[in-house]
Design a protein around this ligand. Sequence first.
Ligand SMILES: C[S@@+](CC[C@H](N)C(=O)[O-])C[C@H]1O[C@@H](n2cnc3c(N)ncnc32)[C@H](O)[C@@H]1O
Ligand SMILES: [Zn+2]
Length: 277
Amino acid sequence: MSIITCPNCKSLLHQSEKSLRCQNGHSFDIAKEGYINLLLANQKKSSNPGDNKIMSNAREAFLKTGQFDFLLDSIESNINSIQNLPTDEHENIQLLDIGCGTGFYTRNLFKQQGFKKTGIDISKIAVASASVKDKESTYLVGSAFNITIVDNSIDLLLNIFAPIDLEELKRVLKPGGYFVKVIPIGDHMKEVAELVYDKFIPHQSTIQEDIDSIVLFQIIKVENLKRIISLSRADLLNLISMTPYLYKFDKEKLETLSELSVTISFEVIVCKYDLTQ
Ligand SMILES: C[S@@+](CC[C@H](N)C(=O)[O-])C[C@H]1O[C@@H](n2cnc3c(N)ncnc32)[C@H](O)[C@@H]1O
Ligand SMILES: [Zn+2]
């Protein structure tokens, strides 16, 4: 059954040849790469919102090095350790990755379980790249602030280094479903920041308080992951280019960069939409 909704009228979209259509006659083509663009013109603040081609290519090249694979392991082991995830019905589990970028986590997480996966990102370039690499999942261009997914349909929602609207997330998640949020914390990329700013300001977030006060999800685990990784010049350039730091460097400084050890510090927050709360 389809869980994708029309961005115009919110009714269900169904596939009809090479497009998705709703009962009110709105129609969206399936792009040659396989994704569907459901982002309406009035939801865009610029002509090409989200990560651009340089950032998306750099992200894909950097993630391929395996330097962040420990995050894949953390998310998988945290979710797999949850006893009441119905293991005999894996193919019925709906996973949604909001702000999926080039789909690295969407396609590489829970590879063996056969979950039904959907990735949404506001960047058409990133979503096209994700679709080309992964024909098992469904990829949509869309906004985290207007999720084109039916109410109470998602078992596991991922949101990795990307914006989220907590009310929208609560609407699409099934009661009893899980939400995994990953954010940079503390000294994350401190050594890079120090190359462009006089003073490093550690990362801070109010997301745990927001989850507590806005959606009342039960936070069941918070895992802090910290590594200092040694990067070649090429990997360092990709790491910088996949973040807004790229636009803080002047060209000359980028050209003179050599290898660097960089602190990577993530917080993985696992929550449950627990109706008994
Ligand atoms: C730092 S990247 C993370 C991508 C991916 N989760 C990963 O870790 O590889 C942030 C992503 O959020 C997307 N994004 C930014 N604003 C968004 C919005 N309002 N709705 C959906 N995606 C958005 C960007 O296009 C970008 O792909
Ligand atoms: Zn419609």
